[in-house]
Design a protein around this ligand. Structure first.
Ligand code: IPE
Ligand code: IPE
Ligand code: MG
Length: 247
């Protein structure tokens, strides 16, 4: 840079095209901790902090629905101390956020089978949903004990029951009928999936809703993920040419 040339301020990128529904697979907490010689739980603590920052940034960028993969139906396979640490972080987040929920214009929802979670967590979830049910801003879904296959299985069972009760005829079962019986009923299809940590898979996340999603993968581990990384991912998405089977 010359002596007399002023440093040009980089213009803020514009985000005219953002996904209506963004799914984020928060991955890499354990490896992040391991690299630092810390227990895996320490990665989840930092990961939970990053989640708060990124959720706010999604709202700032005008994303109308964001779903964070927090705990999968397969994550019960982990050591009990790790599962307990994750559940404690969830508990802590819900308690701390109850005040914020009142101030913010975000609607918090939970997707997944919550019936097997600790009763106090279920209660906090219900409180969070109730406190934000009337909000008109971004929808924030937290996928907890969530699995795409479990979600579809539950929906199919419901449909079968409705048919048995005579409330539904098999001829009326179409794609909308299934979509309406998922946890995400009424929400837009997933436009973009973001997965950091260098893993290139969906891991049973929103499998029905992702049929035409754009995938953005990143090598960064979730606890290192920043708002700039999200902006980069959103720019990549904005540059995609989506065809949905057309031309
Ligand atoms: C994501 O990080 C958090 C959860 C799945 C709960 P991981 O714990 O999977 O971290 P890695 O993939 O082992 O590094
Ligand atoms: C997916 O990550 C689940 C969440 C981020 C909550 P995992 O770490 O469990 O996925 P795999 O085992 O690498 O596929
Ligand atoms: Mg992982």
């Amino acid at each position: 840079m010359g002596l007399f040339t002023k440093r040009q301020k980089q213009p803020e990128p514009t985000f005219d095209v953002v996904p209506a529904h963004l799914g984020i697979i928060m991955d890499g907490n354990g490896r992040w901790a391991k690299k630092r010689g810390l227990p895996r739980q320490a990665g989840h603590v930092t990961g939970a902090r990053v989640f708060r920052t990124i959720a706010k940034h999604c709202e700032k960028r005008g994303i109308s629905t964001v779903t964070f993969y927090t705990f999968s139906t397969e994550n019960w396979k982990r050591p009990p101390e790790e599962v307990e640490a994750i559940m404690n972080l969830l508990r802590q987040y819900l308690k701390e956020s109850l005040e914020d929920f009142k101030k913010e214009n975000i609607r918090t929802r939970f997707i997944g089978d919550r019936s097997v979670l600790a009763p106090d967590i279920q209660e906090l979830m219900a409180e969070a949903e109730e406190a934000t049910a009337h909000k008109t801003g971004m929808v924030l879904n937290l996928a907890i004990n969530y699995g795409g296959r479990a979600e579809l299985t539950t929906a199919m069972r419901r449909i079968a029951e409705e048919v048995r009760e005579g409330a539904l005829v098999p001829e009326a079962i179409d794609e909308d009928c299934i979509t309406e019986r998922l946890y995400t009923a009424g929400q837009p299809d997933v436009d973009m999936i973001l997965r950091p940590s260098g893993e290139y898979r969906l891991s049973n996340f929103l499998i029905w809703q992702c049929a035409y999603a754009e995938y953005v993968f990143d090598e960064i581990l979730w606890p290192d993920f920043t708002v700039k990384d999200l902006d980069r991912a959103l720019e990549a998405y904005a540059g995609r040419h989506r065809r949905f089977g057309g031309v």
